[in-house]
Ligand binder design. Structure first.
Ligand code: F6R
Length: 369
């Protein structure tokens, strides 16, 4: 069942081209119009939405953090992302014009279920993005948009994460279409770029050995830091979470802009720091700011490990290691830049002889509060 891979996690990382492709499948018509009627939400209700609140835990919450950048950019609707367990205990402000989007691979996470119930009681419209057919959260929600990643067995989430990002992007495009924020041509272009993602992921997987070799050389690391900015920030958080979960290595993700506000004090000789670098073609000056961050940590002795876009000339001279991912528009970059970080954690846990699929103290679905 592991398809020849040593672990389910490695198999599921390799399933990701299909997870993204299958999640896109059948949701767009021949005229590049999103056809999400399957959600069974009244389009008129969606037109009235004034705020989106995303509720999720762990990796699924990082998918929500990525989605915020895209949905706000495309639809100009404010998006708040909140951990389900924090949401319920603070009198959150939601009403009939709030769309509450829960994201859950299992559909059984108790914290998220309770948060959705609470939101429903407050009159919000609830939409579940879920990978498990017929599970509790989609059953109790007003609507559901399934991710089609296939069953995820490994405790550490990988393919469900990329499928969740894909599904939230479909939702964002649908809202943009419905509310007139996006022109048909724009939607068509974004869908074309999304359509190219599976083969780009595959090209990363074909070069897995580059990052695995790095992982094998770092089997005695005791702490690894991850920096990212814009959509690279949740990617950095996810890279750190994977490493904690399965390799039991202290890891922290930071917004690169926060470095000088504290975390840079952590840097000393030999400290490994992954930096997820924005595209040099992207938003004004973000690329150069992150390149400066690489220089800053390196000047203090950090071992700089960089994830950058193919063709980025600026990073190599400041990096011990660079992994290039294919070119893609900035908002889609998390679908690529996450993959080498998953491979890194998986290989590092494997060389440490750990049970990659069943890490200690963790359960695949957390059905208690
Ligand atoms: C991390 C991981 C967890 C889950 C979290 C939410 O690899 O698997 O952080 O993402 O427990 O689970 P779901 O998505 O099933 O609600």
């Amino acid at each position: 069942e592991k398809g020849g891979y040593p672990s389910f996690m490695e198999k599921e990382i390799n399933d990701q081209p299909a997870a993204v492709a299958d999640t896109l499948l059948g949701r767009v018509d021949a005229f590049s119009r999103l056809t999400l009627d399957e959600m069974r939400i009244d389009p008129e209700a969606l037109k009235k939405v004034t705020k989106i609140v995303v509720l999720a835990c762990g990796t699924s919450a990082y998918a929500g953090s990525v989605a915020k950048y895209a949905i706000e950019n495309w639809c100009r609707i404010p998006v708040e992302v909140e951990l389900s367990h924090e949401f319920r205990y603070r009198d959150p402000i939601v009403d009939a014009n709030t769309l509450v989007v829960s994201i859950s691979q299992s559909g059984e996470t108790m914290d998220t279920l309770m948060a959705v119930r609470y939101a429903k009681e407050q009159g919000a419209l609830t939409l579940s993005i879920c990978n498990t057919n017929g599970s509790t959260i989609p059953r109790e929600s007003d609507a559901v948009l399934y991710t089609h990643a296939g069953p995820e067995i490994a405790v550490a989430s990988t393919k469900a994460f990329l499928a969740q990002i894909t599904a939230t992007y479909l939702l964002g495009l649908y809202l943009g279409q419905l509310r007139g924020n996006l022109f048909t041509g724009q939607i068509k272009d974004i869908l074309a770029d999304l359509g190219k993602i599976p083969s780009k992921i595959q090209s990363i997987l074909d070069r897995a050995e580059e990052i695995k070799e790095l992982a094998r050389s770092m089997s005695d690391a005791s702490s690894v830091l991850f920096l990212g900015r814009h959509v690279g920030y949740p990617v950095a958080m996810e890279g750190a979470l994977k490493l904690k979960e399965i390799a039991y290595i202290h890891a922290e993700g930071f917004a690169a802009g926060e470095l000088k506000h504290g975390p840079i004090a952590l840097i000393d000789e030999g400290q490994p720091v992954f930096v997820v670098v924005p595209s040099p073609r992207g938003r004004d000056s973000l690329h150069s700011k992150v390149v400066s961050n690489i220089q800053e940590v390196r000047a203090r002795g950090a071992k700089t490990l960089v994830i950058a876009e193919a063709g980025d000339q600026a990073v190599a001279e400041f990096a011990e290691f660079v992994f290039y991912v294919p070119e893609t528009p900035t908002l889609l970059m998390p679908l690529l830049s996450t993959v080498p970080l998953q491979l890194f954690a998986c290989e590092l846990a494997t060389v440490k002889g750990l049970d990659v699929d069943q890490p200690r103290n963790l359960a695949k679905s957390v059905t208690v509060e």
